[in-house]
Design a protein around this ligand. Structure first.
Ligand code: MIG
Length: 719
């Protein structure tokens, strides 16, 4: 074992010869140590790390996973999985995020940097034992120390490198469905949104826009004159976001296939031939994204669509999902044949059923193909969790080359820690279930701890049938997630906002309008978190370490000012809310202004009508707002509104930039420092602009702890 000090609080333990995942961007200097801090280690064929937890310890993190924010009580398996049934017993979803924090009397963070299978038994087998099983003896393990869970998170994020900055329009509302099949249907969606005055920035193109599901092709029949269409839609205020799948269709004459074959860019089977699997297009090959040349080639394939005016993409099926392989299918058919004309007993019958059920995404298939890494063949299973990561990296590196200063929208389904440098993630095929709204709420801070700031779930749920209430409640939560997209599966009830009754449309519209009003705040908080390598969503525990607040899992801190307490139960007319300190409730009712209430620390039952989105403003903090508009680019932010809840004094840094380029990295951005101080009975307000000049006036409303309100308009001082 070799040990390195990466930073004062971060130690890296290298055991054997680990695969370079490139998750961590920082090197360290060698130090002497014989043991991994905190853990008892057993080394056989696999590595096993054990830690005895205190009964009070909370375990945060593990990113995209089931169960609570506190991961205690469950088993989690990092192995990117295309499993559309996210029931609570599932151990793997689409991402592999091996970072967690032990938060208690003794506190530390752990990142297991291994791209194969890792299992975290967090007090499942034995209630007080945390057991990590790593499917190898070649691994990098990082132990991170810090004063508290938030600081540990920041120490961790700091070694991962700077996250991905989406364009500002990607913070608007996004409309999706599997599928809007042709140009007319897309146009109809746009018209319905406009007719109902529902703000929206983009419309998604799911797999049916392609010719036979072939990546980088466009169905000429369904989308004739694609470039004109893309630009026409953009003029109406909608960007089109096509999907790109991992598998490349095997078809003579199809350029992506031909080039991949000619240059050896595909993953190989045992015999050294391109590996064959079946997905949407039928038989496909998988680009070997672990090979830098193949990555470069695939990344530049996005160019044609970009030339057509496309500015954003979503990468799907990149676990990679496999419907079946020839071998898998053959085995199942053989089982079926031997079962033919037999009187099957119950075991044989289930064996027959299982042989077909287990055909997709099977471990056997993942173990049967190879990547070429620095001239050597490496079994896919060993680095399974890096596939989606490197597909997304391919795209991001392609964009960098195609249009270096432009920000593109990009997110992926499969991911591994470190991928947040290249794009965001969405949480895949959830259901229109209340439980999945709650899961979404609990998952957001865990994803943030692993670096994934630009993320969100399919609002309203992907599979199953959403009802009007769930659609509203889910939208009321999603207005706070950076990626805010309504997406649903083929065959399910239509769930675009305009698909509901008039009253519901109105509630959804005003909720989405609230999102657009919040964009100055959401964007400012997002970008500050990105630049400071911090989180945007936090559990209450990260700011309020008291025992009561530490246990709250259904309220979140959003940026530095807000706390939210979403409604997530059917037919609920209110909910209990815990206030860790005195706060100002902005009971946003159809966006009407001025509905404030100072609430004291403690437990409250809060009535929340279906059209209401309660927002809490923390003490001595400020919320910045703008006017709504039909899309992000239509927003006028020369004058902004602020709501400040002030006892003695408060300050806020409002961040903004052009939202289109990477110029912010050269210091081209706006920062307005707003300071409010109580002097006698008056509040003195000062707003000073540093950097680019964008805002002229601030309309500040100060609410003091007695509920007195004062409005004041101030000019921003420019240096
Ligand atoms: O096998 O492209 O998660 O969002 O609509 C399903 C069709 C493939 C899965 C994605 C989903 C998308 C769907 N895809």
């Amino acid at each position: 074992m070799k040990v390195y000090e990466i930073k004062q609080y971060v130690t890296k333990y290298t055991i054997g010869q680990p695969f370079a995942t490139e998750a961590v961007m920082q090197e360290g200097k060698p130090i002497q140590k014989k043991q991994i801090d905190y853990f008892q280690v057993e080394e056989k064929e696999e590595l096993c790390l054990k830690y005895k937890m205190d009964s009070e310890d909370i375990v945060w993190g593990l990113g995209e996973n089931q169960r609570g924010m506190n991961k205690r009580g469950g088993v989690y398996e990092s192995y990117c999985s295309d499993d559309p049934n996210h029931t609570p017993d599932k151990k793997s979803l689409y991402g592999a995020h091996n970072f967690f924090i032990m938060d208690g009397e003794v506190g530390f963070g752990v990142f297991i940097d291994y791209p194969g299978k890792v299992t975290f038994d967090v007090g499942f087998t034995h209630k007080d034992i945390l057991e990590i099983t790593i499917g190898t003896t070649d691994v990098d393990i990082y132990i991170i120390k810090g004063e508290n869970a938030r600081e540990i998170t920041r120490e961790f994020l700091a070694i991962l490198g700077e996250g991905y900055a989406p364009p500002k329009w990607a913070f608007g509302y996004q409309q999706s469905r599997w599928s809007y099949r042709d140009a007319q249907e897309v146009e109809k969606v746009a018209e319905d949104l406009l007719y109902n005055r529902i703000p929206c920035d983009s419309i998604y193109l799911d797999i049916d826009y392609m010719e036979d599901y072939k990546d980088f092709t466009i169905s000429k029949e369904n989308f004739p004159n694609f470039r004109d269409f893309v630009n026409r839609m953009k003029q109406k205020g909608f960007r089109l976001i096509p999907i790109i799948d991992a598998g490349v269709k095997i078809e003579e004459g199809y350029d992506v296939y031909e080039e991949g074959i000619a240059n050896n860019y595909f993953c190989l089977d045992k015999k050294g031939k391109p590996f064959v699997a079946a997905v949407w297009p039928g038989k496909v090959h998988f680009p070997d994204f672990l090979n830098p040349e193949a990555r470069k080639w695939f990344g530049l394939k996005y160019k044609d669509l970009i030339n057509d005016g496309i500015e954003g993409f979503w990468n799907d099926m990149n676990e990679p999902a496999i419907f079946y392989t020839e071998e898998g299918l053959k085995e199942a058919i053989e089982t079926a044949e031997t079962s033919k004309n037999k009187n099957l007993d119950i075991h044989s019958f289930f064996h027959l059923m299982d042989s077909f059920r287990g055909i997709s995404n099977s471990l056997k298939d993942y173990q049967s193909f190879y990547h070429r890494v620095e001239g050597e063949l490496v079994n896919h299973h060993e680095l399974h969790n890096l596939y989606g990561y490197n597909m997304t990296r391919a795209a991001a590196e392609g964009f960098e080359e195609i249009d270096p200063n432009k920000r593109f929208l990009l997110f992926s389904r499969a991911s591994y820690i470190g991928m947040h440098r290249y794009g965001g993630i969405w949480t895949g095929d959830n259901h229109s279930w209340w439980q999945h709204l709650l899961l979404n709420i609990k998952m957001m801070p865990s994803l943030n701890m692993c670096g994934f700031l630009y993320s969100g779930a399919d609002t309203g749920g992907f599979s199953g049938e959403v009802n009007q209430q769930l659609m509203i409640r889910w939208t009321q939560f999603s207005i706070f997630t950076p990626l805010f997209r309504n997406h649903s599966a083929m065959g399910t009830r239509r769930q675009e906002p305009f698909a509901f009754d008039g009253e519901t449309i109105e509630v959804l519209r005003s909720t989405i309008e609230l999102r657009y009003k919040l964009i100055p705040y959401i964007y400012s908080e997002y970008m500050k978190a990105l630049l400071k390598k911090d989180v945007y969503f936090q559990p209450l525990a990260f700011q309020y370490p008291d025992e009561r607040s530490r246990r709250v899992e259904d309220q979140l801190l959003v940026g530095e000012t807000l706390m939210i307490a979403p409604l997530y139960e059917e037919n609920a007319i209110g909910r209990y809310v815990w206030l860790p300190e005195e706060m100002l409730l902005w009971g946003v009712h159809k966006n009407h202004e001025g509905n404030y209430r100072v609430m004291e620390k403690g437990d409250h039952y809060l009535e929340v009508a279906l059209e209401e989105t309660p927002i809490f403003i923390r003490k001595n903090k400020m919320l910045v707002l703008g006017k709504t508009g039909l899309n992000v680019e239509a927003l006028d932010h020369r004058e902004l509104q602020m709501i400040a809840f002030v006892d003695t004094k408060a300050s806020y840094i409002y961040y903004d930039d052009d939202g289109k380029t990477k110029e912010f990295r050269n210091g081209n951005y706006t920062e307005i420092i707003v300071e409010i101080e109580k002097v006698g009975e008056i509040f003195k307000i000062k707003a000073e602009n540093r950097g680019n000049r964008t805002v002229e006036k601030l309309h500040v409303e100060v609410i003091d702890t007695r509920g007195n309100r004062r409005k004041q308009t101030i000019d921003v001082i420019h240096d």
